[in-house]
Design a protein around this ligand. Structure first.
Ligand code: MTE
Ligand code: MO
Length: 469
């Protein structure tokens, strides 16, 4: 629409509350939805988009993709977005100046480097997490990579041979393979450990986990093409290096043991697509490695080098981080060489709805929804629910997935409606816990698994809620 005023994205972002009027953007348009909010069939959920784009939400709620809705929205249009607004506030001395713009619904636990998780209720709303809402865990500035110049180098320590592949090579020369797989940070739910004793690390809630469909070239095919047979190669680890680096030139990198790469060889993907689109800058554009069933830290983004080696990656995050210790080890007596890195993760389950502190609608029963997942491809066989702090249990219904029980790489959604205790005093603790195919279970409290880095936090998820009188 011509003739309407133009606004920068920063200007739009200020209009995120009723007091300032509520604006949203859709494509190039700016819309004032303040007076529409109370008529929205989806209720106040629309406010999640306040001050930003509604597109990612519309993708989740398919009901929006109708002509009438677009027409109605156009009636609320007040202006257009300025073209250059995205570059406006760039400061070239800031190493993070080239970081992409993020969705406002992501709740940052750190902004430089950018780390953020989506609200739990949104996370539980789509089985495949929309790209803009997928949690972000960056250790360094997001590297800007020209897809035309991108190269992936594959090599083996001690060999003179090295193969370089372009993005086009990866797309054209190899079959495209896809896998629906979780990325979960080892620090997911760290904030619960902090309640016991402080730990070092970002204060993650329970949404440092997301699920996407990844597509790209199979690692095994790429290695074969470069003359490496993963079954017989004389190496103990496979190292993945990223293009993101600190000011001294040290890049992010990680490795996995060769036996793990062999077991997963058909499933490890050098992904260039996330949910059918190019991988966004925050998630590793143009290529990241997806290692199903394995902790997020090894799934290197902005992947530019693969090395077969007798040694693990020497990177800080492989050697001095992402390891689990018992609760009597603290910073004065920790020896990071004494235990192996975290690879597979333990069984996990989380209540997404209702959220902590909310007031229930009913005083007789409660409907609880959440996610469950386990590392190593182990499926979820049971999720148990309690509304009395774990004294009595009910079985949750697991949403069916196509995943084979022993190659369950995506999460399992679950739901259950269970009775509230009669003797509640206006408050109850709802709890969930899951069992995986190995009948591994979650510990009942976080105290026993406290560790100095606040990783592997997978105790029963306990959520206090209020009961109406
Ligand atoms: N890869 C690179 N190159 N740089 C990073 O900082 N962070 C790792 C991993 N891969 C990281 C990386 C960690 S700790 C996690 S949990 C996941 O990426 C997060 O992936 P996401 O940001 O796509 O959710
Ligand atoms: Mo992580």
């Amino acid at each position: 629409k011509k003739g309407l005023p133009t606004y920068s994205l920063e200007e739009v972002a200020k209009h995120n509350k009723k007091e300032n009027r509520i604006w949203v953007t859709y494509k190039n348009g700016v819309y004032d939805i303040t007076d529409y909010v109370s008529n929205h069939p989806g209720g106040s959920r629309i406010l999640l988009a306040a001050g930003s784009s509604i597109e990612p939400y519309w993708e989740m709620y398919a009901a929006h993709k109708q002509e009438e809705i677009y027409e109605m929205l156009e009636e609320l249009r007040i202006g257009n977005i300025t073209e250059k607004s995205k570059d406006e506030q760039k400061d070239s001395s800031d190493p993070y100046a080239n970081d992409p713009k993020r969705h406002v619904a992501l709740k940052p636990s750190s902004s430089k480097p950018f780390n953020a998780e989506p609200p739990l209720s949104l996370l539980r709303h789509s089985y495949l997490t929309p790209n803009d809402l997928f949690f972000v865990r960056n250790h360094l500035p997001v590297p800007v990579i020209d897809p035309k110049k991108y190269q992936l180098t594959v090599t083996k320590v001690g060999s003179t041979k090295q193969v370089n592949l372009s993005l086009e090579d990866l797309k054209r020369k190899f079959n495209k393979k896809s896998v629906v797989s979780i990325v979960q940070c080892a620090g997911n739910r760290r904030s619960e450990m902090v309640t016991i004793k402080p730990v070092k690390g970002l204060n993650w809630g329970a949404a440092a986990i997301s699920n996407a469909s990844w597509a790209g070239a199979c690692l095994d095919d790429v290695l074969k093409r470069t003359g490496i047979d993963i079954e017989t190669v004389d190496a103990k680890h496979i190292i993945f290096d990223g293009a993101d680096a600190d000011p001294t030139g040290h890049n992010y990198g990680a490795s996995i043991p060769i036996e793990m790469a062999r077991l997963l060889k058909k499933d490890i993907i050098l992904a260039y697509e996330m949910n059918g689109k190019d991988i966004p800058p925050d998630h590793g554009y143009p290529v990241r490695v997806i290692i199903p069933g394995v902790v997020g830290a090894r799934q290197v983004k902005w992947l530019n080098k693969i090395t077969l080696s007798d040694k693990e990656s020497t990177c800080h995050w492989q050697q001095k981080d992402y390891k689990g210790f018992h609760s009597s080890i603290d910073w004065h007596n920790v020896d990071f060489t004494s235990v192996p890195p975290i690879y597979e993760l333990p069984v996990q389950s989380v209540i997404c709805e209702p959220e902590a502190g909310s007031v229930l609608e009913d005083d007789e029963e409660v409907t609880i929804k959440g996610y469950a997942w386990s590392g190593g491809g182990r499926g979820i066989v049971r999720v148990d629910l309690s509304a009395d702090g774990g004294k009595t249990w009910h079985s949750a219904e697991l949403s069916p997935t196509e995943q084979p029980l022993y190659k369950t790489y995506a999460w399992t959604f679950w739901e259950g409606t269970i009775p509230l205790p009669k003797d509640h005093k206006g408050e109850v603790e709802i709890v969930c816990k899951a069992a995986d195919t190995a009948y591994n279970v979650q510990p009942d409290n976080v105290e026993g698994i406290w560790n100095l880095r606040g990783v592997l936090s997978n105790a029963w998820h306990r959520v206090p809620v209020k009961v109406p009188k």
